[in-house]
Design a protein around this ligand. Structure first.
Ligand code: PLP
Length: 451
């Protein structure tokens, strides 16, 4: 209908990463509100959002405490910056809290509005430090294929996806290494340990080829998220961190998805047993109730930044809403909710149940791999399990499965040929069972249609 919400959405509203023809065919879903982990559209249809928004709505869509924390801060002091030696008391308190929950005995925090901006900020900090240290050539940034770091010019350059070529990205000096996905990229007859060793050798080669003194940093998600939920191969970070250390290349953990509980610990780097030189955080930092990102610098990065600032007396960077008092108040509450109100415990307790349920679904012959940890999982669709041959096309099959799920009131995300499940931490057993049942039915329906 011409005056429907769907038609009105399509008339004037653009959206991120959507396949326009498929949406044109199916119509836009316009959402009015949420109930726990469910969203409700303008037609009153309820969907269990097994993606928790974009991995961020970890406390669900109607957490009263988070809304109240925002309201209380709006009443008290509704907005300010963190510039020129002024910042809100909430900003001070959040930085203390972030350092307290970080692996750093000492450190500092810089605020942004998003994960992309936090990655950009970290890269600019590295460039700034290196110039101050008389190493202006140390500009190159190492990341991995399938790594996702955002959409601004710098963070999109870090992202290891071919689609960025439509923008003429990556910028020069952004280099992508092999994705540590053993099931897909391991060679015939290669053990997982040998695969990890090959990736470590590749890193050594790239550093030797480029010159260690031209490289500013290595950024990695502990578990790749938007690349399709890819936990690192066994021993990956233990193999690469010593190489980076030997060449004085900082290791930055992009914890935008993993941070604050997704892998069953506060940090994904904790789960994979390494301490990065700095942490990039966003998403669950505010449980999605306010746009915010943060760069958390460990002691060495803190000292290098300060030493670079001292001679010129400023680090000329910041966003109008950096350290926004409402965002900081919401983040303080969100951290409290995740750590002290049992959400992290729910992930720990629910993860084995999640894995067991998905293993059952993954018995379907057209599922090649189930991978994940905590509350981030993916099922990989294959035409032939033995040869790992994917279905033709990039999305098609996974998109059909996701669309069928949507029809049945379940939101899950197609990424390549993977179907991604990353629900809210508050999911009850009954809601988890609903997710399994709807996913299983959709998979069977789509694979039966294709057979
Ligand atoms: N880094 C990672 C690991 C992400 O998953 C994302 C977003 O999904 C980003 C960075 C970018 O964050 P934002 O979309 O808030 O800019």
């Amino acid at each position: 209908a011409p005056n429907s919400w769907e038609a009105r959405a399509e008339a004037h509203s653009l959206y991120g990463f959507t396949d326009l023809p498929s949406v044109r065919e199916r119509g836009t879903v316009v959402i009015t509100h949420g109930e726990g982990p469910y969203i409700v559209d303008t037609n009153g249809k309820r969907y269990l959002d097994a993606n928790s928004g974009l991995w961020n709505m970890v406390a669900g869509f109607d957490h009263k405490g988070l809304a109240e924390a925002a309201k209380a801060q709006y009443d008290r002091f509704p907005g300010y910056h963190a510039f020129f030696g002024r910042m809100s008391d909430q900003t001070v308190a959040l930085s203390e809290k972030l350092i307290e929950v970080s692996p750093y005995p000492r450190g500092k925090v810089f605020y942004t509005n998003s994960g992309s901006e936090a990655n950009d900020t970290m890269v600019k900090m590295l460039w700034f430090m290196n110039r101050a240290e008389d190493r202006p050539q140390a500009t190159k940034i190492l990341t991995r294929w399938n790594g996702y770091h955002g959409v601004t010019a710098i963070s999109a350059s870090m992202t290891g996806k071919p689609y960025n070529s439509v923008f003429g990205l990556p910028l020069p000096g952004f280099l992508h290494l092999t994705c540590p996905h053993y099931w897909r990229f391991g060679h015939e007859g290669e053990t997982e340990a040998q695969f990890t060793a090959r990736l470590a050798a590749e890193l050594e080669e790239v550093i030797a080829r480029e010159g260690a003194d031209t490289i500013a940093g290595f950024f990695a998600e502990p578990v790749m998220g938007a690349g399709g939920v890819i936990p690192p191969s066994a021993g990956y970070f233990q193999a690469i961190q010593p190489i980076l250390r030997k060449h004085n290349i900082p290791l930055i953990a992009d914890e935008v998805i993993c941070g604050f509980g997704r892998t069953g610990n506060v940090w994904g780097s904790q789960t994979y047993d390494f301490v990065p030189d700095a942490i990039i955080s966003s998403k669950a930092l505010t449980a999605g109730y306010f746009p915010m990102g943060a760069v958390i610098l460990g002691p060495e990065m803190t000292d290098r930044l300060q030493a670079a600032i001292d001679p010129i007396e400023e680090f000329p960077h910041g966003f109008t809403a950096s350290g926004h008092p409402v965002g900081c108040a919401v983040a303080l509450k969100a951290i409290d909710v995740v750590l002290n109100e049992g959400l992290l415990d729910m992930v720990r307790a629910g993860a084995p149940r999640m894995e067991t349920g998905l293993r059952e679904i993954a018995k379907h012959p057209n599922i090649g791999e189930l991978r994940g940890i905590g509350y981030m999982w993916a099922l990989e669709a294959v035409q032939d399990r033995a040869t790992k041959t994917p279905f033709a096309g990039n999305l098609s099959v996974s998109e059909r499965i996701a669309n069928t799920c949507t029809d049945h009131g379940l939101i899950c995300r197609p990424l390549g040929q993977g179907i991604v499940l990353c629900p809210a931490f508050t999911l009850t057993d009954a809601q988890m069972d609903e997710m399994f049942a709807k996913l299983d039915a959709a998979l069977k329906q789509v694979f039966a249609d294709l057979a």
